[in-house]
Design a protein. Structure first.
Lengths: 357, 267
């Protein structure tokens, strides 16, 4: 390990009423990065934040802060702060007092409190709002108050639980930029929770993709997008064409009834695999020039591109994003580079899924 | 639809007239110089003068107010503690049992409460008088306070407590800086309810009072039994005014706390 980890999860399991919510999870969180926990609702994202914040203890395994186990250290003694999903602002306090709450608990001097609160409010662009009641604020403003209330305590790690999910699309995009910018300026670690893959890809240094209480994959947005390790990640992280195939040997894969050159290696000979091709990596050409021959079933205009839904002779569905238009019912060819093919091992879980179908 | 509305109003008006008629009747005759409740002879304030010069009565008024304020203050403290205890109890079953015990106390007839307190006090040897009345008033007020405070606790989002702990608050800070301020409207409501219940309680007090100690309702009852004097009418009129003043006062206080709780500007 090159860099010192601020937070480390070592084989952490959390069980609620006999239900395994987190299953043997290990990861490291480093200083100054923007992390995202990405996964569908109910996969255990909030539970991870609650474990880090200290609202609940792991059933098994150990959580370390700077190398020291903190399993039994209560929330009020930890150097992390949380921005809650419902903001959890104190309704009986105005904006200033909400932000000042943590400093007052620490018995700071009035002058220092005033200075820090004002600075925090400036950071989140809420100058002049300090005397407002929090009930008068809009959703976006409340959220900023919640962020200010957390960062005013100068935590080493800021936890954000789906902070943008309650905002409308425009405000949300705006806040994505602002949050990323805020993290850069503060230089502290953010752990951000979302179920929105675009948000995760846009904002993070590092993404943990979660499903059913397990980390499916961790990596940079580009790694996750370009090289998903399994069907779940490939599917969750954006629209994809995912097919069953067989890895005949290194650099040669068979799917859709044909053999293709690819850039993947290191599989057993004739190992069954999942194959991913992103819709934007498929190009429309003539039948003769295409590596695949398909018929256009439907077409949607999506602004920057057309989204085509096609079927090949075997009945596999192919999603294509193309700037070129095609006719519905037209027979076309699809061309792609060997690099566009991404081969993945089949995980046990996916095997079950196939059996169900 | 429209005529339904109209009949509804008429009905309401009739109900109110019937409900308020005896009070108005009583107050009307408190100005009667004739000394009876059937022939109105002339307007006089004599009965009010008599009330004002009745020192025994004023001592009793003082007693009543002392008992009411003391018992409602103490029962507010106990009731808030009780509500917090019920709120913090983890087991669902235990919570339901505690709630049920609380509600049983509220609905059980005053006569039974009074009688059982009388038995209790004589058994353990507490002299009937100020202490016994105070204790029994506290006892029947606590469940009322619990009932007023608990809903506020339950509507409070649990992430509010998490947020406070996250910001470094210990259990005591959480209680004093978050939970208590949040439920303050409920605490006020509970206090005023306890106050009014104590002020106008007759049955329980009647059982447990003694040694010359008396409260207004008991006193009025015993005077009314001795014979008709219109000074009782005058006294009742004054009490009625006081009640109205209390209700209006409570209305303004709850309005204010509702406003500041729901988006009023605080400076
Ligand atoms: N306090 C709790 N008691 C019982 N089950 C819980 C509790 N908190 C979370 N769970 C369960 O754990 C699972 C994961 O929850 P959560 O971490 O909130 O998911 P996410 O935030 O990813 O949507 C859910 O199935 C939820 O029902
Ligand atoms: Mg969640």
């Amino acid at each position: 390990m090159e860099k010192e980890a601020i937070i480390r999860f070592e084989r952490v399991t959390k069980i609620y009423d006999g239900q395994v919510v987190l299953d043997d999870i290990s990861f490291d969180i480093e200083r100054g990065k923007f992390y995202t926990l990405l996964g569908p609702s109910g996969c255990g994202k909030t539970t991870i934040l609650r474990l880090i914040a200290g609202f609940t203890e792991p059933t098994e395994g150990t959580i370390y802060f700077h190398g020291k186990p903190v399993n039994h250290i209560p929330a009020n003694k930890r150097q992390v702060n949380t921005v809650f999903q419902d903001y959890a602002l104190f309704p009986h306090l105005n904006v200033f007092e909400n932000v000042a709450f943590g400093l007052r608990i620490k018995k700071k001097k009035q002058a220092e409190i005033r200075e820090k609160v004002m600075e925090a409010l400036r950071f989140v662009n809420l100058e002049g709002y300090e005397n407002r009641s929090v009930q008068e604020m809009s959703g976006g403003q409340r959220q900023r108050v919640a962020i200010a209330r957390a960062i005013v305590n100068e935590p080493e790690v800021l936890l954000l639980d789906e902070p943008l999910s309650a905002l409308d699309l425009k405000l949300r995009t705006e806040m994505q930029y602002e949050l990323r910018e805020l993290q850069r300026r503060l230089g502290i670690t953010f752990i951000f929770v979302t179920h929105d893959q675009e948000e995760a890809l846009a904002m993070s240094d590092q993404i943990f993709v979660l499903n059913k209480g397990k980390i499916q994959q961790s990596g940079t947005p580009k790694e996750i997008y370009d090289e998903p390790v399994n069907r779940f990640v490939a599917d969750f992280i954006g629209e994809s064409n995912i097919l069953r195939g067989v890895m005949l040997k290194d650099y040669l894969v068979e799917f859709a009834g044909k053999r293709f050159m690819c850039v993947d290696k290191g599989f057993r000979p004739n190992e069954p695999v999942d194959v991913v091709i992103r819709p934007e990596d498929l190009q429309i050409t003539t039948r003769a020039q295409g590596k695949l021959q398909v018929r256009v079933d439907s077409q949607l205009f999506r602004g920057v591109h057309y989204e085509l839904c096609c079927y090949d002779e075997d009945g596999n569905e192919w999603l294509v994003h193309s700037t070129k238009k095609a006719e519905v019912g037209e027979e076309i060819g699809l061309y792609f580079d060997p690099e566009a093919i991404h081969v993945m091992r089949i995980s046990e879980e996916d095997g079950e899924k196939i059996d169900e179908n | 639809m429209r005529s339904n509305h109209k009949w509804g109003k008429v009905y309401l008006a009739v109900v109110f007239v019937i409900l308020y008629m005896p009070i108005v009747y009583l107050i009307y005759y408190s100005f009667n110089s004739g000394g009876t409740m059937h022939d109105f002879e002339g307007v006089t304030l004599d009965w009010y003068k008599e009330v004002l010069h009745d020192t025994r009565l004023w001592i009793i008024v003082l007693n009543t107010i002392t008992i009411a304020l003391l018992s409602s203050a103490i029962s507010t403290i106990l009731g808030v503690m009780g509500a917090l205890a019920i709120y913090y109890v983890k087991s669902w079953r235990m919570k339901q049992i505690l709630l049920m015990l609380n509600n049983v106390l509220i609905v059980s007839p005053d006569v039974i409460i009074g009688a059982s307190f009388l038995i209790l006090f004589t058994m353990i040897g507490i002299q009937l008088g100020f202490t016994s009345v105070l204790l029994s008033h506290i006892a029947f007020s606590v469940p009322i306070v619990v009932l007023m405070v608990l809903p506020k606790l339950q509507e409070m989002s649990s992430t509010l407590i998490d947020a406070a702990r996250d910001l470094g608050a210990n259990q005591w800070d959480v209680l004093t800086k978050v939970v208590l301020p949040y439920i303050t409207p409920g605490i006020f409501a509970g206090f005023f309810m306890a106050l009014t219940y104590s002020l106008d309680d007759f049955a329980v007090t009647f059982f447990v009072t003694g040694n010359g100690f008396s409260t207004l309702s008991v006193e009025i009852y015993s005077r009314a039994r001795q014979g008709i004097s219109l000074s009782i009418n005058a006294l009742s009129a004054l009490l009625f005014l006081l009640t109205i003043a209390l209700v209006i006062g409570y209305y303004f206080i709850s309005q204010k706390s509702a406003v500041s709780g729901m988006g009023g500007r605080r400076r």
